[in-house]
Design a protein around this ligand. Structure first.
Ligand code: PEP
Ligand code: MG
Length: 362
């Protein structure tokens, strides 16, 4: 009963005093954020904003991507911005005083487009009687169709191609933060750009974001995911435009090994990993020799450019015990994992510090 509870609290307090790694949560809504906080999360390391665009809102993003003129784009953005602002306001409230890393939209493009096959059939079946609007739409969807959406117009690439998309999100973050501060809250926004492979991409987004932050008088860190191998290899220049790095080891594993992350669980592909040739699947436990090497390169190069660079991990590995040990050894500042894995991550981070013999008892 009470004794057990207090013993657990003592153990957790001891772990928290021992570990050097901070532990954050991956959370996309206020409910998960609050749960994460109860589990001891010290912030949000990854808020995936694409999860906020299901249902009706998905249609608005579709309208934005497919808009053929400025007026259509503006109309979609005007509807999206207040919805996003409300999303962020709730999360800032739940996480008051703690850092919240909000990742700008990173969907595989096809998730925000009408289905090509369905639309083709509809137009073909209608023949001469096909709606003119459907024909235009079909042309548009054909132009945007990708064979490999996961290697396509995702993340920063989509953000640069669709004018106003990222700006709308940054404005919503800034306005939500400003409103929170005005009622005496302490919002700590960190804006994260996904799928960056070159510093030039980051610079373009950063310029626009800084402009909006200055306009609204809001302070927010701007940083990037490191999830494309090239980003790790060019971390020294990427750090010039990033105040933090967060390792997206899901994509980094996919791209380093050339293993499709969408196929490793289902399909025949899983049998290949089950052969055990590589030991555990690199998607489950961070592969130190390949992916880990890229992480180490990025840590070293990034900190050379920017000694205060904040470093975290938000791929699934952030909640895996063995990977947490690696993150400690590699010198990261925090791991971010699903809310339910937070207690274990706190313990494992402490064990990593003890194993490494450099426990820091603040
Ligand atoms: C990652 O790639 O590791 C990541 C955290 O982003 P996502 O899983 O959303 O691609
Ligand atoms: Mg990713």
């Amino acid at each position: 009963g009470d004794e057990l509870v207090s013993a657990v609290h003592r153990i957790m307090a001891h772990a928290d005093a021992t570990r050097r790694l901070a532990v954050r949560a991956n959370a996309d809504n206020a409910e998960d954020a609050a749960r994460a906080r109860r589990f001891g999360a010290q912030g949000i390391g990854l808020c995936r904003t694409e999860h906020m665009f299901l249902g009706e809102r998905r249609q608005l993003v579709e309208d934005l991507i497919l808009a053929t003129d400025e007026a259509g784009r503006e109309a979609a953005l005007r509807k999206l911005e207040p919805l996003q602002r409300a999303d962020f306001a709730e999360i800032f409230e739940a996480m008051d005083g703690l850092p919240v890393t909000i990742r700008l939209l990173d969907p595989p493009l096809h998730e925000f487009l009408p289905d090509l096959t369905e639309l083709s059939i509809k137009v073909a079946v209608a023949g001469d009687k096909a709606d003119a609007k459907d024909r235009v739409l079909l042309d548009c969807v054909k132009r945007l169709h990708e064979q490999n959406p996961m290697l396509g117009l995702r993340g920063v690439r989509l953000g640069l191609v669709v004018p106003g998309l990222f700006a709308m999100q940054v404005r919503a973050i800034a306005e939500a933060a400003r409103a929170r501060a005005e009622v005496g809250g302490d919002p700590r926004a960190e804006i994260m750009i996904p799928l960056v492979g070159a510093v030039q991409e980051l610079e373009l987004v950063r310029e626009e974001a800084e402009h909006i932050l200055a306009e609204t008088g809001v302070d927010a860190l701007i940083g990037t995911m490191i999830e494309v191998p090239r980003a790790a290899l060019t971390a020294a220049s990427i750090a010039e435009a990033a105040e933090f790095f967060s390792f997206g080891t899901n994509d980094l594993t996919q791209m380093t090994w050339g293993f499709s992350r969408d196929d490793v669980e289902a399909s025949f592909f899983s049998k290949y990993l089950d052969l055990g040739v590589f030991g555990v699947s690199p998607f489950e436990s961070l592969d130190r020799d390949g992916v880990g090497r890229l992480v180490r390169i990025a840590v070293e190069e990034g900190r050379k450019t920017r000694p205060g660079l904040k470093l975290g991990i938000c791929g699934e590995h952030g909640g895996d015990p063995d990977s947490i040990h690696f993150c400690h050894e590699a010198g990261l500042d925090y791991v971010s994992c699903s809310p339910f894995r937070i207690p274990v991550a706190r313990l494992e981070a402490a064990r990593a510090a003890l194993t490494a013999g450099d426990s820091d008892t603040r």
